[in-house]
Design a protein around this ligand. Structure first.
Ligand SMILES: C[S@@+](CC[C@H](N)C(=O)[O-])C[C@H]1O[C@@H](n2cnc3c(N)ncnc32)[C@H](O)[C@@H]1O
Length: 264
């Protein structure tokens, strides 16, 4: 046991010596704490990378909570089958509506009021910083990870589930997408990033890509840090960064600039 004192968050207290994985399994629901629930066939994939670094530290400290709900026990028969062949024929398997329905009903019982219910899907709305901000400002999120050919459409329709995509490519399952999206949202929660300012001037926060970053050594492989960054002149540094940010955005992501002109 560590002698690190336990930290109090609302009505319960948790011990800082527990690992993120233990916290997912043992920790009681901390009332009012941002909660990510994930329905998955691979609960051992969590917390995964979310258990590392700042998100892991914040999880350990109870600044947010994570619950991976194993889909398998909701399956049918002795083998707890979760999938079946596609209606109408075709390759692969589809996650069954009855099985996923039971898992969703179970999971929604512990979902905070107002938390979006999301199916991770390449057909969904593309995840972006604005969505991460929305989720971070809410009470949490409930994510459904698909596998195989995906999920029976009736489940999506019945629960009016939002479909959200990590990008225009196809993953084998929703788990990596879930971790990426939770990471993007959790790091915007107060107290998760060590330096509160660092989320304020990074890429997308003001609709622009971030300026280039440099650190020591001042000279590397014959390349120097731009002189202005070593001038100590805060106004000039600020102007240089802004100009770099605008140039980079114009070159690489002109769509972001037109989004600013024409906010929808
Ligand atoms: C092999 S994919 C199924 C792809 C589906 N047959 C299609 O063509 O749209 C299996 C699961 O991975 C997840 N997945 C795949 N690509 C994704 C993406 N770009 N964003 C979010 N989730 C994704 C979804 O949960 C999906 O149900």
């Amino acid at each position: 046991m560590s002698d690190t004192p336990s930290r109090s968050h609302g009505r319960k207290s948790i011990t800082a010596s527990l690992q993120p994985r233990d916290l997912m399994e043992q920790n009681p629901r901390l009332s009012g704490v941002w909660l990510a629930q994930i329905i998955t066939l691979f609960p051992d994939a969590f917390p995964g990378v979310l258990g590392e670094s700042l998100t892991g530290k914040a999880l350990k400290e109870g600044a947010w909570q994570l619950k991976a709900v194993d889909l398998r026990p909701f399956g049918n028969g002795k083998h707890r089958n979760v999938d079946d062949t596609p209606a109408g024929g075709g390759a692969g398997m589809v996650l069954r509506a009855d099985v996923m329905g039971r898992a969703i009903d179970h999971t929604l019982r512990s979902a905070p009021e107002g938390a979006p219910l999301v199916y991770l899907s390449p057909r969904g709305k593309r995840f972006d910083q604005a969505m991460a901000r929305d989720w971070a400002q809410g009470p949490g999120v409930t994510l459904i990870c698909g596998r195989f050919e995906g999920l029976d459409q009736r489940v999506i329709d019945h629960y009016a589930i939002q479909e959200v995509s990590l990008g225009d490519f196809v993953l084998t399952g929703g788990e990596i997408a879930a971790q990426a999206m939770i990471d993007a949202a959790v790091r915007l929660r107060p107290g998760v990033l060590g330096n509160e300012a660092s989320a304020e001037d990074e890429s997308f926060s003001d609709g622009l890509l971030e300026h280039p970053q440099y650190t020591r050594p001042a000279e590397w492989n014959g390349l120097s840090i731009p002189a202005v960054l070593q001038s100590g002149h805060h106004g000039e540094i600020e102007n240089w960064r802004k100009a770099q940010s605008q140039d980079l955005t114009r070159q690489r992501r002109p769509d972001l600039l037109s989004d600013q002109d024409d906010p929808e």
